[in-house]
Every structure is written in structure tokens, then in C-alpha cells.
Write a protein that binds this ligand. Structure first.
Ligand code: SAM
Length: 175
């Protein structure tokens, strides 16, 4: 299991960014995202993408994050600009059983001690979406985005325009 834990999601305010963290996690090869807050609307919109584009990515909200981190059977990686450089850390991180923790605003200070690795994607402040994308891509050596996910909607890569196959009926749209 390769999962993301999103800490400190504020309902309403962080909806767009947390949705992007979830979709990025899915697209870059994670199996699941846990949210430390409850947000039924966000859960619905992520599940609707999974229903249309396929795969078995899961989302669970309202998670007791300390309990999850303590009980995690594997490696806990906290992404933070204060951590060790990603290039040094990744070779020491096993690929299976990884829980990747990202914050919204300031993260609870305990996470720095609870994590097995505090990893920086560069030591400059940027975004949890970028941090998740780069970390997963480095951890999986690009396999997350290379893999083919089977779903009702399949995008056929095109040099120009958009080609989408809707299984059952062929719905191709070109521009
Ligand atoms: N001001 C916050 C702090 O001091 O923790 C940073 C908030 S940042 C917008 C949200 C999350 O993005 C952070 O909790 C961290 O997980 C991730 N992040 C931002 N920059 C990062 C970096 N350079 N390396 C790794 N993760 C980063």
C-alpha cells in the first residue's frame, strides 16, 4: 500500500488544493488518500473521477491521523521543506508500505518525530501538490504515470486535440 495522509484540510478553504493532492496521488501511483478532516463533498468528487477514469484508488476522510501514523505497517515519510534532500532520502525508502504525509498550513510538530523520514523536495516553500507529484515520481521511478489505468473513459494520446473512448459507446471528440 502506498498512501498519502493529508493533514489540516480546512473544509471550504482547502477543497481545491486537497482535491488536487488526491488526484495527483492517484495519477502518480498511490493507492489511497487519508484526510484528517471530514469533507463529504471532496470525497464525492474524487470518487466520481475514479468511477469515470478507473482504477481502485480509495479516499477516506475523518481519520485520526496519530492513530494511523502509529499503527502504520511500513515507512512514514513526511514531506517538508525542512527535511533531507529527496535525492539522498529516496534510495533508503522501501517502495512498498509507504505513508506520505503532507500538510496544508503549519503541521503539528510531533509529525517531525513520528515520521521515519522528513524529506524535502528542494528546501524552498512551494505546494503540497508539487511535493506529492515529485516525491511519488522519484519513489516509483516514473512507473506511476507510465502505467495504464483501465476505466470507462480512456484517453487516447494524440498529437493534437482530444480523443476519448467511452467504453460501450464510442465517444470521440476532436478539436
Ligand atoms: N508554512 C507551512 C509550514 O511551515 O509547514 C508550509 C505549508 S505548504 C503550503 C503545505 C505542505 O506542502 C507542507 O506541509 C509540505 O507537506 C508541502 N511542501 C511545501 N514545500 C515543500 C518542499 N519544499 N518539500 C517538501 N514538501 C513541501
Amino acid at each position: 500500500m502506498l498512501a498519502i495522509l493529508r493533514l489540516g484540510h480546512r473544509i471550504g478553504r482547502d477543497k481545491r488544493v486537497t482535491t488536487h493532492v488526491a488526484l495527483t496521488a492517484r495519477a502518480f501511483g498511490a493507492d489511497k488518500i487519508f484526510l484528517s478532516s471530514k469533507d463529504a463533498g471532496l470525497v464525492r468528487s474524487v470518487r466520481s473521477v475514479v468511477a469515470r477514469f478507473g482504477g481502485d484508488f480509495e479516499i477516506e476522510d475523518g481519520v485520526d491521523w496519530k492513530k494511523l501514523v502509529r499503527a502504520w505497517q511500513g515507512t512514514v515519510v513526511h514531506l517538508t521543506m525542512y527535511g533531507l534532500p529527496i535525492g539522498e532520502a529516496v534510495p533508503n525508502i522501501p517502495k512498498g508500505g509507504v505513508l506520505v504525509v503532507v500538510g496544508a498550513e503549519k503541521v503539528p510538530p510531533e509529525i517531525y518525530e513520528m515520521a521515519d523520514f522528513n524529506v524535502a523536495v528542494g528546501n524552498q516553500p512551494h505546494s503540497e501538490v508539487a511535493a506529492v507529484a515529485v516525491f511519488l515520481d522519484r519513489l516509483l521511478g516514473g512507473e506511476g504515470v507510465r502505467r495504464v489505468v483501465k476505466g470507462r473513459l480512456t484517453i487516447i494520446p494524440s498529437e493534437r486535440g482530444k480523443t476519448v473512448v467511452d467504453s460501450g459507446e464510442y465517444a470521440s471528440s476532436r478539436r
